[in-house]
Structures are given as structure tokens and as C-alpha cells.
Design a binder for this molecule. Sequence first.
Ligand SMILES: Nc1ncnc2c1ncn2[C@@H]1O[C@H](COP(=O)(O)OP(=O)(O)OP(=O)(O)O)[C@@H](O)[C@H]1O
Ligand SMILES: [Mg+2]
Length: 261
Amino acid sequence: MESTVPPAPAAALPTPAPAAEVVLTVAGISKSFGDNHVLKDFSLTLRRGENVVVLGKSGSGKSVLIKCIIGLLKPDAGTITVLGQPVATLSHVALDALRAKVGFLFQSNALYDSMTVRENLLFPLRRHWLADHQGQEDQLVLQALDDVGLPQTIDQLPAELSGGQRKRIALARTLIVPPEIILYDEPTTGLDPVTAREIDQLIRHVQQKYHASSLIISHDMSCVRLTSDRVILLSEGRSYAEGTYAELLASTDPIVHAFFE
Ligand SMILES: Nc1ncnc2c1ncn2[C@@H]1O[C@H](COP(=O)(O)OP(=O)(O)OP(=O)(O)O)[C@@H](O)[C@H]1O
Ligand SMILES: [Mg+2]
């Protein structure tokens, strides 16, 4: 009698990791100023825990994009969804509540010159968390300063700090109400290369410690290499190319290649 050989068990397939939740979607936005068509059907997605860099030459519309995301500018077409909420339709109150979850690091830092570091850091805490954290404020300020390695500056004024230190304090102010999404507008522009690389490391540290998702606007290629999980090249108002730094570096497309020369 023929013995029946039981079929070999199918090789176990690795279960694909579930794709992380999308926290920010920019879907086909356009924005013009008169005849100047800055963004033309631009799209991107940002997933939880991810760092996406938008790379583009000066005047390509990077700051316009970031202003649309935080609701300072209204796109002519397309939609922007942040943490599940369509930005354009939100009331002032809802937009304000959403902004508490989205940290924005201005290129200019936007620190208050007449306030000490402590007062600058208390500002968002009092604005967004109100009574919740009375009594813990000093501890939260120190924690945020510790995150950026500058606890000793607590009683100093911004004018007494270096450019790199001011950038760190601006980041500490963003972290004090822990954000789910951080938008960085040119975080290393105007800094010397050594300080710029320290800021890059800090951006990675923040990503790991807070599991925050970040959109980083930059044309500093070292910053792009060191901080990005994915890069989107903004050119002629569109998402022209997308990939990891290494993928874009290997591209033979002349527009992509020009950024790596
Ligand atoms: N409020 C505005 N009114 C009119 N035009 C504007 C306005 N804001 C931006 N623009 C125009 O949109 C275009 C893109 O500007 P944007 O500031 O987004 O460039 P960018 O990519 O951030 O450049 P950079 O790298 O120099 O910061 C420019 O031509 C600019 O003149
Ligand atoms: Mg800009």
C-alpha cells in the first residue's frame, strides 16, 4: 500500500508590519498669489514616528506649504488633514486645540526677547494646558531644557545665547507641551556646520524619545541625510520625486541630481 506523504507545511510567511497610521495628509493642494502659481497639485503623507523632509530650492514654496498646514494660509484647492481633522473646515477653537498637538519650529525661532528662557517656555504651557499642570511647571521647564541639553540657561535672555542655543530653546518650547507632529522650517539654516549637525542629532533624539512625527523643510543636504526617513522633492509646485536619501542620491534625473552636487 502506498503511504501518503503529508504535504510539507507551507513556509511561514513573515507577517508584514502594519503600516503606521497617517498623521498628516496633504492632498493635491494648489496655491497661487496672482499669476505666481506656487503650489500645483502638491501631495504628501506623514506617518506616525516618521521624519519626512521636503527638499526644494529657494522660492519653491516650502514655507507656503508649511503655512497652509498650520492654517495661516488657505490653499486654493486640495485638502490638508492633520490628525484626522480637515484643517480648512475647523473653527478657531478647534484649530487652536489642534495646534496644541502640532509643534512648529520657526526659522527665526520666534522667541520673546524680553522674556527669560523660563518665561519663554512657560508661555505655551500656560496657553495650552492652563490649570492642568499648576505646580509642575518648573519641573516641566527643566525637563524640556534637559531634553535639549541647556538646563543652565533657564534665567538667561535670548540675546545672551548663541544662535545654536536659541534654536535649542525654541525646540524646548515646542516640546514642553509634547507634540504629536513637529514642523521644522529650515532648522539648520544660518548655523555653523558643527552646530547644525548637533541640531540634526537633536531632531533624531526627539523623534526617538517622543515617537513624534516630523515634517522638516530644508535645503541643507547634510540635514536631509541625517534627519530623513523619506524625502520629497518639491519642484515646480509638485512632489517631483520621493524616496529615501540614498534612493534620491542614486537618481540620474537631472533635477534630482542637481541637489546632490
Ligand atoms: N503672502 C504672500 N504673498 C505673495 N506671494 C507670496 C506670499 N508668500 C509667499 N509668496 C511667494 O511664494 C513663493 C514661494 O515662497 P516661499 O516662502 O514658500 O519659498 P521657500 O521655498 O520657503 O523659499 P526659501 O528656501 O528661500 O525660504 C515666492 O515666489 C514668494 O514670493
Ligand atoms: Mg522658506
